[in-house]
Structures are given as C-alpha cells and as structure tokens.
Design a protein around this ligand. Sequence first.
Ligand SMILES: [Zn+2]
Length: 45
Amino acid sequence: MKMYKCVRCGKEFDELPKGLIRCPNCAYRILTKTRPPVARTVQAR
Ligand SMILES: [Zn+2]
C-alpha cells in the first residue's frame, strides 16, 4: 500500500527517507498522504 503521492508527477511511494519530505522522483516538495480506505466493522448488539 502506497502511503505518499507526489502532487507534481503523481508518483506514489511507500515510504520516505526520514526527515526528507521530497519526491524521490522529481524532487518536488509537496506530497500528499494517501490513506487506505478503512472498512469499519460495526457490530450490532
Ligand atoms: Zn514527483
């Protein structure tokens, strides 16, 4: 599951080097954190 996505080139990454918020592909500094859609389990009582 990819965690980060570059807003410039659209490339997705699993992880980033610590302290380095930058696209490894194009060196753009704005990345979005993509969260996997979490299915919530609701328990009926
Ligand atoms: Zn990029």
